[in-house]
Design a protein around this ligand. Structure first.
Ligand SMILES: Cc1cc2nc3c(=O)[nH]c(=O)nc-3n(C[C@H](O)[C@H](O)[C@H](O)COP(=O)(O)O)c2cc1C
Length: 200
């Protein structure tokens, strides 16, 4: 299923067609596909070119590693993410490697890298679905995560499937229209509280 964004201004087709499906065909990603996704993340911009992201990955053809990572998701996410071709856990390195000072842009930069990975997935006929619903303490214990790495999210990547493959409640959410707030609710011009307008 495709679910292009109903945009109010023309945007690049890649951005329009990225979305977060829950229905995935249970097909492992190939090694070159995984490499390309990670390469897209690698070339993201970052503060001082610090690249403060770290991804743990588990392909569905590595069944033990995949199951271990699946257990790091909250049950409601596990229910659909179990069909992903690739799972990732995303961590922000919260201290600069250059001087060990706090990096307050680490989460910003991780998000940008994850966004590039997601768009690359769309370009490859795949989709990436990010998840905040993770068990942080379980992740820290399972992977012995150092204190200066913040487990932030998980990402399921795969080939979208028909929503009919989902349970009834998930299928309903899968078919729901995609919605966004108006631009003038988050863009302002002149004054902090003066909404931006597309009309001059
Ligand atoms: C950081 C982040 C955390 C998210 N957490 C979850 C999650 O735990 N479970 C889930 O089903 N979707 C999750 N989502 C997906 C959002 O619900 C989805 O991006 C949003 O509804 C917009 O839909 P779209 O991505 O299809 O445009 C998350 C997305 C992001 C970026």
């Amino acid at each position: 299923m495709e679910k292009p964004a109903p945009t109010l201004a023309p945007i690049h087709s890649l951005i329009q067609h990225r979305w977060s499906p829950r229905a995935f065909k249970p097909i492992a990603l190939t090694a070159p596909q995984t490499h390309t996704l990670l390469e897209a993340a690698r070339w993201s911009a970052s503060c001082f070119n610090e690249q403060p992201w770290r991804f743990l990955i588990a392909n569905r053809d590595q069944s033990d590693a995949f199951d271990t990572m699946l257990q790091c998701l909250v049950p409601v996410n596990r229910a659909w993410a179990q069909n992903a071709g690739l799972l990732l856990l995303a961590f922000a390195h919260t201290r600069f490697q250059r001087n060990d000072k706090p990096n307050r842009h680490a989460h910003h930069d991780l998000g940008l890298a994850a966004g590039q990975l997601a768009l690359q997935a769309t370009a490859m006929g795949l989709q990436a679905h990010m998840m905040a619903g993770i068990d942080i303490e379980h992740i820290k214990a399972t992977y012995q995560v150092p204190d200066d790495f913040d487990p932030l999210s998980a990402i399921a990547v795969g080939t979208p499937d028909d929503p009919a493959s989902l349970s009834a409640d998930l299928a309903e959410r899968e078919r729901a229209p995609r919605e966004r707030r108006e631009i003038n609710s988050f863009c302002f011009s002149g004054d902090f509280d003066k909404p931006w307008s597309s009309k001059p």
